[in-house]
Design a binder for this molecule. Structure first.
Ligand code: SAM
Ligand code: SF4
Length: 336
């Protein structure tokens, strides 16, 4: 190995932030239609425009060679993409990668949890917004709570290192369930994070401003039942963590509105069409599919495009729920 090859490269943007975390949306398709994420009738990306699994692996390789140590496989629902296990296996083997994680709605976990573990997945985030079957159905439009709860049990039986529940909290839809959700997570030995809804894409019958429920309100609600201890724990993501004194359960808050987390942003996102998004709430992007397909097999060209992209990573987002959305892509495209 030459001396130069030993010097580990890293991606640093114009604001001095090191990017070491890539989120990949492997599909924009999903078996649910959550009201905050998608329209009921969605037009999905034509299959020919999707990155192939091999292309996704190549991009992941380029990123790990540039110092990325954490990759999240997400979507849409990542586990509905055909042969996705092969992708987990390939990415899991990349030298330099320390953490391979995924976010899923849980519907396929009864079938796939053991294979995901065998493929090298250690940590898994499962979305669960309600423990009431009717409310769950109203939020996901088509989702079956029982199937997700069974998926969570399958993941627990499989023995992943860490399982975290993600819950988007909406006023008058599920805000009164925050204590029950914490109780559920505690009993099963899981962490939980509460997420403030973000205005990504227009959703006809859903009023985001009216549904907004802040992390501070959730914390207040929880503190009526639990003692919440502030911590300095981080997981290389945007959550701010507390621990429940009584049970030790870790409770995270992802607060894009009330506590903007752009200052220490360390991540970028790849859409299923190969667009590299430099910020969740801005449109700055680079078409990596074009780079890949115009220079087949040329990893250096791809790496250079990624290095160059750092110069257009914006300083931050500025979400305004009461204004017309300025970001027209939905979360399933963005890769939450
Ligand atoms: N389908 C998988 C799932 O639901 O876990 C993975 C993709 S989903 C886009 C990832 C996460 O983003 C989920 O926890 C979901 O609740 C959250 N999410 C979706 N749309 C959102 C929005 N507009 N604001 C905040 N979080 C959102
Ligand atoms: Fe599907 Fe996840 Fe979006 Fe819900 S949040 S519609 S499960 S991609």
């Amino acid at each position: 190995m030459s001396k130069n090859a030993e010097i580990k490269e890293s991606l640093v943007d114009n604001f001095g932030r090191t990017v070491d975390y890539l989120r990949i949306s492997v599909t924009d398709r999903c078996d649910f239609r959550c009201v905050y994420c998608m329209e009921e009738e969605m037009e999905f990306v034509p299959r020919a425009q999707l990155l192939t699994l091999e292309e996704i692996s190549t991009i992941a390789r380029a990123f790990t060679e540039l110092g990325v140590t954490k990759i999240r496989i997400t979507g849409g629902e990542p586990l509905v993409r055909r042969n996705v296990l092969k992708l987990f296996e390939d990415i899991g083997k990349l030298p330099g990668l320390k953490e391979l994680v995924t976010t899923t709605n849980g519907s396929q976990l009864r079938k796939l949890a053991p294979d995901l573990k065998a493929a090298g997945l250690k940590r898994i985030n499962i979305s669960l917004d309600s423990l009431d079957a009717d409310k769950f159905r109203r939020i996901t439009r088509v989702g079956e709570l029982d199937k997700v709860l069974d998926g969570i049990d399958a993941a627990l039986e499989t023995g992943f290192e860490k399982i975290k529940i993600n819950a988007v909290i909406l006023k008058n839809r599920n805000h009164e369930e925050v204590c029950d959700l914490v109780e559920f997570a505690s009993q099963k030995g899981m962490d939980i994070s509460f997420i403030e809804e973000m205005p990504l894409g227009v959703i006809a019958e859903h009023d985001r401003a009216e549904a907004y429920y802040s992390s501070d309100q959730i914390r207040q609600d929880l503190s009526r039942k639990y003692a919440l201890l502030d911590t300095t724990e981080r997981t290389n993501g945007p959550s701010h963590y507390y621990r429940i004194a009584e049970t030790g359960t870790r409770v995270g808050f992802i607060s894009p509105h009330s506590h903007n987390f752009c200052g220490d942003c360390n991540r970028v996102r790849l859409t299923c069409e190969g667009r590299l998004l430099l910020c969740l709430g801005q449109e700055h992007s680079v078409d990596l599919r074009h780079v890949l397909r115009s220079h087949p097999g040329d990893l250096e060209k791809l790496k250079q495009a990624i290095r160059d992209s750092m110069s257009i990573k914006p300083e931050g987002h500025d979400f305004d729920l009461s204004a017309k959305p300025v970001i027209f892509r939905h979360m399933n495209v963005t890769g939450g």
